[in-house]
Design a protein around this ligand. Structure first.
Ligand code: ACO
Length: 311
């Protein structure tokens, strides 16, 4: 019965086995994975907007090519993750409509504007850097399709992070004006990036269950700390300052302690009141609605092909 199935399921997770789409799983596990994977997919797709905004204005052909490739990668991640989510028995169209016209969430970070080209450098370094920390953990997730998706995604994210860090290092080493632009972008993105990891563990209702089921293998605070420790080192190496007067190295723990995260801002962005929430949703709805004829044509093509094959 269900109790035995639950026990066996937990045992498989504790043994480090992967759960595959056709395996038995508790409905709540399916629900949690659908939530997390679809939020992740929506984030990848909406994440194309702040950077896509700069493709035509990238300062050289090389930078344009790199940015174009990166934005295309994000589209690929989104589509891959939607396919992964569909293995849980949900329809992509429903997920997308819940996001565009309902309440589905996506990462808070994509609701901030990209004001200068330095923001593109900083997104690569900080935002993709944070995504790697989070997704390297998710690559060990207990759900097979999600784990494999994240392995693949992380390989591309590493390139995204490197291109951002390399550009920022160059800018920070440039003229006084360039250096100021780089520092200004870091000042504006730092706290928002720390919020990507989600609320403190004490305020994270989903963490305990996700960790028990091996969906997450580390908590929000553990990952955030790991990220801060790395970034302090990387910022110093390129002469950039992190905008937190409370950053202090703790000899005993071996970690960098940091100041208070502005949680009011975080929750207001999550609830839809961030600087760019409305513009982002508007742009995504427009793309979805204007793409209707493409989806119709693809469906019709598939229908005709099926009829032909049946002949
Ligand atoms: N932005 C928007 N919503 C967030 C964020 C965030 N940065 N962090 C937490 N939340 C939401 C959660 O989705 C949850 O809401 P819900 O229960 O209504 O869905 C609520 O705040 C409480 O948070 P937690 O209980 O801590 O949620 P969870 O345990 O799922 O952890 C996390 C949140 C870390 C974002 C997790 O869902 C995750 O790892 N998701 C997959 C990765 C992902 O989506 N990355 C997107 C950005 S990376 C990129 O490059 C696209």
């Amino acid at each position: 019965d269900t109790q035995d199935q639950l026990k066996e399921f937990q045992q498989r997770i504790d043994n480090g086995e992967k759960i595959e789409p056709k395996d038995w799983m508790p409905e709540r596990y399916r629900k949690q994975l659908t939530r997390i994977m679809s939020q992740h997919a929506h984030s990848e797709i909406v994440g194309m907007l702040p950077e896509g905004n700069w493709i035509t204005r990238a300062p050289s052909l090389k930078r344009k090519l790199v940015l174009l490739a990166k934005v295309q990668d994000e589209a690929g991640h989104g589509l891959y993750l939607y396919s992964g989510t569909e293995t849980l028995g949900v329809k992509r169209q429903e997920l997308i409509e819940d996001y565009l016209y309902g309440n589905a969430k996506y990462s808070s970070i994509f609701n901030y504007p990209t004001l200068t080209y330095a923001d593109i450098c900083v997104i690569g370094w900080l935002v993709d850097g944070a995504a790697i920390v989070n997704q390297t953990m998710l690559a060990k997730s207990s759900y097979g399709p999600y784990s494999r998706a994240n392995i693949r995604i992380c390989k591309e994210e590493s390139f995204h992070k490197k291109q951002g860090y390399e550009m920022l290092a160059k800018m920070a080493d440039g003229t006084a004006e360039q250096k100021k632009m780089a520092q200004d972008a870091v000042n504006r993105w730092w706290w928002a990036t720390l919020m990507m990891f989600g609320p403190h563990d004490t305020d994270s209702p989903n963490s305990a269950e996700l960790i028990k089921w091996g969906v997450k293998t580390k908590t929000n605070d553990e990952l955030r700390q790991h990220f801060v420790d790395r970034m302090v080192m990387e910022a110093e190496a390129i002469g950039i300052e992190l905008p937190d007067p409370d950053l202090t190295y703790n000899e005993e723990t071996g970690h960098w302690e940091f100041g208070d995260i502005p949680w009011d801002e975080f929750w207001s962005v999550v609830k839809g009141d961030g600087p760019m929430n409305r513009e982002r949703i508007k742009a995504r709805r427009k793309a979805y609605e204007e793409g209707e004829w493409v989806r119709e044509a693809a469906k019709e093509y598939a229908r005709k092909k099926r009829l032909q094959d049946e002949k």
